[in-house]
Ligand binder design. Structure first.
Ligand code: FUB
Length: 463
């Protein structure tokens, strides 16, 4: 019987280190989680690199089944998806009703000159999405209409949004119009820590102040409204109620403003997934990041016995994996736990792929479960330059080399071809996999679309 050598986990600092921000290939903000089956999706808006304001143009979707490997589904909506929008693709939330996915967005309206709420629809959580009504859902010319949050509560759906006023409305069954009037929630110290903006006294110190970024949620019999609060810099606070439209009771701060978030805004979404409760938020903590170049992050928390939410602090470590990744099925290259130097692009032909790959760049996929010996790895890559090599290492960028795959020129950045290589050593158990890219310095080497391993033949294994 062939001896199986177990690769020892090296435990180098790089493998044990950061898991936040969860997306490194783009600057992302205002995370809105949604669970469908065994998958958690996050809908996010995108900060432009080196921006000096929230000049934002696109919305992207990411998903995970294990909370540490995140698949980039690409830009699924942009300002140009809405004929009436011309600027500021800001915070959003998506929800499912009767097999359709309604993605509520806000953007600047060229019709009214203010911010407006819109809605896109799809048959799938990852699109294609299109403007559901061809006009804004709510557009009164004011700048208040930002940050929609939606809650499906049985057969009822509620929408809440606004800065600095909190707007609320019941959605009609078609999810694309309102059932009744839009109203403004009257704020007072008991409900939100301070009176509504018009009633606040200059110089008065309030318990808290609602600003923006509401997140409406329900758990057991409790309704929650979390929001960005305090003015700038923002922290996250929350109120609770026994009804979806209040009355609300202010409950305190969830995530304090911490110097280490490096962002003067914060914006949250909470969700339960596979028996765990998660708090999504954003920081400015990617290299080059800051207040206009933010990045989404996640922490796990446990509700207190009375349903209240404990204080949650931002960490670099993030959350623990809730599952493993099967290397014997096709995995998108855009499924990444951590990377250095890479970004993603998409095309109609290929979908989303990893690009900007240069010498020394790498990506990590966590918790890969080698339930059998791999014999071979196949990958899809394209190169209009001289290509390069992809080294596959276990547990760290310098860990044992499992395989090395040569990628020649394929004659074009979109000419994806399949390449394969046999594994160099036996490997079993659960490991982090590092894809390390090498080639000529200072130039783009290749694009990378997907990878898959093949199991060793069983009788081969038994020889
Ligand atoms: O991302 C643009 C704006 O910044 C959002 O709409 C606010 O919630 C704040 O995060």
């Amino acid at each position: 019987m062939k001896k199986t050598i177990l690769i020892v986990m090296l435990g180098l600092s790089i493998t044990a280190s950061a898991q936040n921000p969860i997306i490194q290939t783009h600057y992302t903000a205002d995370p809105a989680p949604m669970v469908k089956g065994d998958t958690l999706f996050v809908y996010a808006d995108v900060d432009e690199p080196k921006a000096d304001f929230f000049w934002m143009y696109q919305w992207r979707v990411y998903s995970t089944i294990d909370m540490v490997n995140w698949t980039d589904h690409g830009e699924l909506l942009g300002l140009n998806s809405f004929s009436w929008a011309d600027d500021r693709a800001w915070a959003t939330q998506c929800c499912e009703r009767d097999g359709k996915y309604y993605w509520y967005i806000c953007a600047h309206s060229k019709l009214s000159g203010g911010m407006a709420i819109g809605v896109a629809v799809s048959d799938s959580p990852t699109g294609p999405f299109k403007d559901a009504i061809g006009h804004p859902l709510y557009d009164d010319g004011k700048w208040d209409n930002i940050d929609p949050t939606v809650l499906m509560d049985g057969k009822n759906a509620y929408l809440v949004w606004g800065n600095p006023e909190i707007h609320q409305a019941k959605l009609a069954d078609n999810m694309t119009s309102f059932d009744g009037e839009v109203s403004i929630i009257r704020q007072d110290e008991k409900s939100f820590g301070a009176p509504s903006p018009a009633f606040r006294k200059r110089g008065m110190k309030y318990k808290d102040i609602y600003v923006e970024g509401p997140w409406l949620a329900k758990r057991n019999k409790n309704y929650y409204l979390l929001y960005s609060a305090g003015g700038v810099p923002e922290h996250i606070a929350y109120s609770m109620s026994r009804k979806p439209q209040g009355p609300w009771i202010y409950k305190g701060i969830v995530m304090p403003q911490e110097n280490e978030t490096n962002s003067f805004t914060n914006h949250c979404g909470i969700i339960d997934f596979k028996g765990h409760s998660y708090f999504f938020y954003h920081t400015g903590n990617l290299p080059g990041g800051g207040g206009f170049d933010r990045s989404i992050a996640v922490e796990e928390f446990k509700y207190n016995k009375d349903g209240t939410i404990p204080a949650i602090l931002p960490t670099r470590e993030g959350v623990k994996p809730t599952g493993t990744l099967n290397p014997f099925q096709k995995t998108e290259a855009s499924t990444i736990a951590w990377e250095k130097g890479l970004t993603t692009e998409q095309s109609l032909r290929t979908g989303v792929y990893v690009t900007d790959i240069q010498n020394g760049d790498w990506m990590k996929v966590r918790e890969v479960n080698f339930s059998s010996q791999p014999q071979k790895i196949s990958i899809s890559a394209a190169s209009a330059s001289q290509g390069g090599t992809i080294e596959l290492h276990a547990d760290s960028i310098n860990g044992k080399m499992i395989a090395t795959i040569n990628i020649p020129s394929t004659g074009g950045w979109e000419n994806f071809c399949n390449f394969s290589a046999n594994t160099l050593i036996p490997v079993t158990g659960v490991h982090d996999l590092f894809f390390v890219f090498h080639g000529q310095k200072g130039r783009k080497l290749m694009n990378f679309s997907w990878w898959e391993m093949e199991k060793q033949e069983r009788d081969d294994e038994e020889k």
